[in-house]
Write a protein that binds this ligand. Structure first.
Ligand code: 4AD
Ligand code: MG
Length: 431
């Protein structure tokens, strides 16, 4: 009878049994008499031990595969506290499925450029797999939370006729018959339409920004979650952002302890992410920066400003009431003071910067008309959007959460390029 296939994650439940693990050879150490084979299968890494004296032929075979060859190792499961993962396999059979010679990502340290050029292989390393598992948990936690809160998932189109977040970061594509289309910067405007149909909705898909900036926080293609609620205010959007972030971090702490350990993430920082989060207005944030970063009142906050504003805070910070000049055309104004837009940015602690942007939407038709003109946006492309204010308009609000910024924060990654499987950057679309 052949041994059952077991995932490394589940090996502890098979103590004393002979099982087979299907995976790849991560590493091999040993001596003339012993092989320690480290095998990974995507759910973890296990060490299989072969002793020369036990079976000479098997010992020979097990010593021949190269790093990252695909292998099936069979052995009896031994619980061992000293072993990584708490279990070890005593090898009883070994089969190579696909050979690998001279794996390019050997043991020496590689620079980021080399690693990024080999991203298709780099994904197999410990940090990337830990990161991608956490990314998966985050996506699932987001969808679960919104489902529990009564939201319906409605997808937004990727080809759009118009800009939404300013005309300077648009990717233009040739559509048919000399028409131009743009890759979407945000699904928000479509979610506003959907919210008037279904009440509470969200889209979760790619967004594209032709950001000519080479920063640690910008991708040209990233994933954004965008909830939108009818009959809702800025306050409602903030409450949702707060409960969502707390739920997501909580879920990662429950499900991904080992991955956080692999990433050497300080989990006490994540355990502090419990509502309520502090809230301040733009004016107060600007006051904190006085004589600090060279910040000019009225400007948007740059990365150093965000870091200075959140210094010493252990929770995300919500900044509201922004000068309308730095925000998009659709923002509602503060009825008490027309200078301010009812927007909110959520700034992650530890210098990870803005992870959420959103707010309450303008509902007044004449006001929006004037805003389109002020932002130099072609009215004919927004006719459909203005219809939403003509037929049964209601107060409504929502936000966009950048998935990779959130992953980078929760995983403690120094650069956003590690938060997405295949990053698209100013100078990189390979592989
Ligand atoms: O603040 P942004 O531009 O807001 C919007 O697009 C709104 N229409 C969202 C809405 O209200 N439905 O983008 C939202 C978030 C940012 O806070 C950031 O986390 C992320 O999207 N983001 C980026 N992430 C990676 N690379 C980029 N170039 C990003 N630009 C924005
Ligand atoms: Mg923003």
């Amino acid at each position: 009878m052949s041994a059952p296939f077991v995932s490394i994650r589940n090996l502890q439940n098979h103590e004393g049994k002979t099982v087979a693990v299907r995976g790849w050879l991560y590493n091999r150490r040993g001596s003339k008499k012993l092989h320690f084979l480290q095998v990974r299968d995507g759910t973890g890494i296990v060490q299989a031990v072969a002793v020369k004296g036990d079976d000479e032929e098997l010992f020979e075979r097990a010593g021949q595969s190269g790093q990252e060859a695909s292998v099936v190792v069979t052995g009896s499961v031994k619980l061992d506290e000293r072993a990584p993962g708490g279990v070890e396999l005593k090898l009883t059979d070994f089969a190579e499925v696909g050979a690998a010679h001279d794996y390019p990502l050997g043991k020496k340290d590689h620079g980021p450029d080399f690693l990024l050029s080999h991203r298709h292989l780099w994904l197999r390393s410990r940090r990337p797999t830990a990161t991608l598992r956490i990314r998966d948990t985050i996506i699932r936690a987001i969808r679960n939370h919104l489902y529990q809160e009564g939201f319906a998932n409605v997808d937004a189109p990727m080809f759009t006729p118009n800009a939404c977040e300013g005309t300077t970061t648009l990717f233009e594509v040739d559509y048919f018959d000399d028409t131009k289309a743009y890759l979407t910067q945000s699904g928000q405007l479509y979610m506003e339409a959907a919210a008037l149909a279904l009440g509470k909705v969200y889209c979760f898909g790619p967004a594209f920004r032709a950001e000519k900036s080479k920063t640690r926080k910008h991708l040209t293609e990233f994933w954004m979650l965008e909830p939108e609620m009818a009959y809702a205010s800025l306050e409602d959007a903030m409450t949702l952002a707060e409960s969502l972030l707390a739920a997501v971090v909580g879920r990662v702490l429950e499900e991904n302890r080992t991955d956080l350990e692999t990433l050497e993430r300080d989990v006490s920082k994540l355990e502090a992410i419990v509502p309520p989060f502090p809230r301040i207005r733009y004016e107060e944030a600007a006051a904190i920066l006085k004589d600090k970063t060279g910040f000019k009142f009225g400007d948007d906050f740059g990365a150093p400003d965000e870091a200075a504003i959140t210094e010493g805070l252990d929770k995300p910070l919500l900044i509201t009431h922004w000068p309308h000049e730095v925000k998009a055309f659709y923002m509602k104004r503060d009825p008490e003071d027309d200078r301010w837009a009812l927007g909110v940015d959520v700034i992650a602690p530890e210098g990870f910067g803005e992870i959420v942007g959103g707010g309450e939407r303008a509902t007044d038709l004449a006001f929006l008309d004037s805003q389109l003109k002020a932002h130099d946006l072609p009215e004919e492309d927004f006719r459909w959007y203005l219809d939403l204010r003509r037929y049964g308009s209601v107060p409504h609000a929502g936000f966009g959460l950048g998935l990779e910024r959130t992953v980078a924060w929760i995983c403690g990654l120094q650069h956003i390029r590690e938060a997405i499987p295949f990053p698209r950057l100013l100078h990189r679309i390979y592989p």
